[in-house]
Design a protein around this ligand. Structure first.
Ligand code: ADP
Length: 616
């Protein structure tokens, strides 16, 4: 017999479970049935390509066997099973990062177990809320050896080889004494078990069977009863399914612990027949930006699961949407590669995208608070769609929310356009690191007196997104801190030319071009980026990986400002005066600070500043 210690995080979670003062301890059964159903799914999927894995006459089922005398409950499945190493890893450590985050959150919030268990699918370990000891017997499909795992949930478990006839997993729970006040009902009672299964696991696609005593012709007989309707929830009329049932299904599908933000049902009729049930989660999955992220969309053909985590059903910018799609028009043995080109899939995908975007649009119009919550979580991912989904570009643009100079409430483009001032023909925006720097930006001076509203774009993705956006409802976008493509340089007189050239030569390490500004009013200077270049804060985020080429930008000078006038008059007296370099660095430093960009040579700027200060 081998002895193992649970991994540290597992011990924490187990300790929580053993001592949980949580009233809904019955959820342990939901978790174990959900695991059993997953194991059956895995076996069924593998058997599609490897027929030998499943013995002749194999029945895919889950069986519950209560024993009131011994106070045990057994949950047995005929699924994939686990081999020795999987047993050690899956039941001894926490593989799910979500669980680690959950523990972290608990510590940070100093929350009690009962506050959080209710919102959290705690998985296998939840069995220790109701058990003194748990035994697992398991045999993996395709392997000969079976193993017996035992633990009392107090830090250790043991594993030894055992005999087991059929493949799959059997979990034998030695129940704690009944303690109704603390949520430990009699989990060996037939009606208690039936109630729990109905409540949480009715939609499970495999029969959940239990032996019950039935009276027939005054004779008592033991018969098998299937406790769940097995009716896939997406095939039922949505008017006949309760919200709670949808939520339970969502949790089973995604292993999320929170209810979804939105449930979407779609019936496809006509050219392609299909049913789909989609969910928008309440929170962004922690791994959504990983390359390895897989959307939780499962594909069925006539109620038979044929592929899990299919990324073809929805575009990448909707990868947070979870759900199931079922169509009789698909082939049962369609491969992942074939999905890419399958016409039926593409047609279904189009419908799904439309419905999801319409649902979001509806939420934006009618439930703004809820939509703001959605936006907070998923806005950044949705923005990826703007440059990628040409067909839905206008719709996606309408879904955007922006911070704006008009107040703290985020606005849509439609709202912006509606309240544009008379004479205003363009949609103005600024990009930068934070709302705070943008609010005091010199770029606003150009339009400040006109009272135009300006959108503040502060996420890294915004500049990428805007490079694909040119207009909305016929109104062009105008970025105030970028050079407009059609912008003409103001005329410079012959006598001023050498002054500007001097300024340019003094700053040539940092500035590609010096121009006189037509926009600045109070500020002496600002830096602007060329229309097709990224601003410094985006460059910083992209890091060294991106070949930027020449990083220097354009410095715009306010010709009416005293600082520039001073530069001119000194230059007229002596072209090599040292003070010219000082003023040049002051103009450049001012422009960078106003924009929120770090100075390339702060020491130099400070020296100049102190030199000037001495003259105050
Ligand atoms: P989760 O199911 O969310 O991954 P659990 O703690 O419930 O977390 O289970 C951990 C892992 O143990 C599962 O991912 C699965 O690999 C394995 N497992 C649990 N129950 C079974 C079962 N009945 N049959 C096969 N594998 C199982």
């Amino acid at each position: 017999m081998e002895r193992y210690q649970f991994q540290a995080e597992s011990r924490e979670l187990l300790d929580l479970m053993v001592h949980a003062i949580y009233s809904q301890k019955e959820v342990f059964l939901r978790e174990l049935i959900s695991n059993a159903s997953d194991a059956l799914d895995k076996l069924r999927l593998l058997s599609l390509t490897n027929k030998d894995l499943v013995p002749e006459g194999h029945v895919f089922e889950i069986r519950l066997t209560p024993d009131p005398e011994k106070r045990t409950l057994t949950i047995e499945d005929t699924g994939i099973g686990m081999n020795h190493d999987e047993l050690v890893n899956n039941l001894g450590t926490i593989a799910r990062s979500g669980t680690k985050e959950f523990l972290q959150q608990m510590k940070e919030k100093n929350a009690s177990a009962s506050d959080l268990i209710g919102q959290f699918g705690v998985g296998f370990y939840s069995v220790f809320m109701v058990a003194d000891r748990v035994e697992v017997f398991t045999k993996k499909a395709g392997e000969k050896e079976a193993y017996h795992w035992v633990s009392d949930g107090k830090g250790e478990f043991t594993i030894e080889p055992t005999e087991k006839e059929s493949i799959g997993t059997k979990i034998l729970i030695h129940l704690k004494p009944v303690d109704e006040e603390n949520g430990i009902e009699d989990f060996t009672s037939e009606h208690v078990i039936k109630r729990i299964v109905k409540r949480y696991s009715d939609f499970i696609a495999y029969p959940i069977k239990m032996k019950v005593i039935k009276e027939e012709n005054k004779e008592k007989k033991e018969v098998d009863e299937t406790l769940n309707s097995m009716k896939p929830i997406w095939t039922r009329k949505s008017s006949e399914v309760t919200e709670e049932e949808y939520h339970e299904f969502y949790k089973h599908l995604t292993h999320d612990w929170e209810n979804p933000l939105s449930t979407i049902t779609i019936q496809g009729e006509g050219t392609v027949e299909f049913q789909a049930l989609l969910f928008i989660p309440s929170r962004v999955p922690f791994d959504i930006f990983y390359q390895s992220f897989e959307p939780k969309v499962n594909l069925y053909v006539k109620r038979v699961l044929i592929q899990e985590n299919v990324d073809m059903m929805l575009p990448r910018y909707l990868r947070f949407v979870a759900g199931v799609v079922d169509s009789p028009d698909l082939s049962l043995n369609i491969s992942r590669e074939m999905l890419q080109q399958d016409k039926t899939i593409l047609q279904i995908r189009k419908r799904l995208v439309k419905k999801v975007l319409d649902t979001l649009s509806d939420m934006q119009q009618k439930e703004r608070e809820k939509y703001k919550k959605f936006w907070q979580e998923f806005g950044m991912i949705l923005k990826e769609g703007i440059g990628a989904d040409y067909e839905n570009k206008e719709k996606l643009l309408s879904l955007l929310l922006f911070e704006s100079s008009a107040g703290s409430e985020p606005v849509t483009l439609e709202e912006y356009v509606k309240r544009m001032k008379e004479g205003q023909t363009e949609i103005y925006y600024l990009t930068g690191e934070s709302r705070k720097t943008l609010e005091h930006s010199p770029y606003l001076e150009a339009i400040a007196d006109k009272g135009y509203e300006v959108l503040f774009l502060t996420q890294a993705i915004d500049e990428f997104m805007m490079s694909a956006v040119h207009e909305f409802q016929g109104k062009k976008f105008r970025c105030l801190n970028k050079e407009a493509i059609e912008e003409k340089n103001p005329e410079v007189s012959e006598e001023e030319k050498p002054v500007i050239e001097k300024l340019q030569s003094l700053l040539s390490d940092y500035v590609r071009e010096v121009k006189l500004s037509t926009k600045l009013v109070n500020s002496p200077s600002c830096v602007i980026t060329k229309a097709f270049e990224f601003s410094p804060h985006v460059r910083k985020i992209l890091g060294d990986k991106y070949p930027f080429g020449d990083e220097r930008r354009t410095l715009e000078i306010n010709p009416k400002h005293t600082l520039y006038e001073r530069f001119k008059s000194i230059y007229a007296e002596n072209k090599d005066d040292e003070r010219l370099a000082d003023i040049a660095h002051l103009l450049f430093g001012y422009a960078l600070i106003a924009e929120g960009t770090p100075l390339p040579d702060p020491a130099k700027f400070n020296t100049v500043l102190l030199k000037m200060a001495e003259k105050v």
